[in-house]
Design a binder for this molecule. Sequence first.
Ligand code: MF3
Ligand code: CO
Length: 256
Amino acid sequence: MIILKTPEEIEYIKQACRLTADTLEMLTKAIKPGVSTLELDRLAEEYIRSHGGVPSCKGYCGFPATICASVNDVVVHGIPNAKTKLRNGDVISIDLVAAVNGYQGDSAITVPVGHVKPAVTKLLKVTEESLFKGIEQAVPGNHIGDISHAVQTYCEGFGYGVVRDFVGHGLGRDMHEDPQIPNYGSAGHGPKIKPGMVLCIEPMITMGTYEVEVLRDDWTTVTLDGKPAAHFEHTIVITENGPEILTMRSKPRLID
Ligand code: MF3
Ligand code: CO
């Protein structure tokens, strides 16, 4: 069941999304060679709590941390740890959910560490662009499949893999609500998009195969071919006039 949000609920979601975006922005400044993913996690938790929020991933289905920190071939759900220190040329995806007053905000970015190979920078850029292609389709009267189709065709046009095993979602009091929003699919299919829907669109795109594997910790999800992956996510609200991005950062695009 898709829960349409009232204006009051949307105000709460906006606050959570603001904190989520600000936390990501703070983290991008801390990302440099030598920093461990655990240090980034501590910074994120401290920032969220000191601004009146709650880190929603911590304890969610047993996930032990505030952020998902996914380096290079880790697509999603990397567990922050002291051993994983960022190196020049890495890329790190950070996915973060913060709650304020019981409502959630959800956003993800993939950030280059130091100097990254041009082919990898391109993957990041295209993945971020595909998120905006998806958002453009999120207008009343369109269908969820229009979002999926836009993301898929854009990324596959560059020869990239579109991950199937994880999808975007609705959001509200819960981090994951209906509808599911795959990053692949047919235009015109799926639920109709209506004002009051709050949606998280999150392309997970790889430089090779779209096949992924979950490691024995039950979380860390890697590409089967070991090639790098990128992940960008925004929470949006559908208005009569189209989509409004709630997790916008001060610089709209991470990759120029
Ligand atoms: N933020 C993720 C999403 O986009 C969920 C994180 S999984 C968790 O749906 F278990 F760590 F919370
Ligand atoms: Co999400």
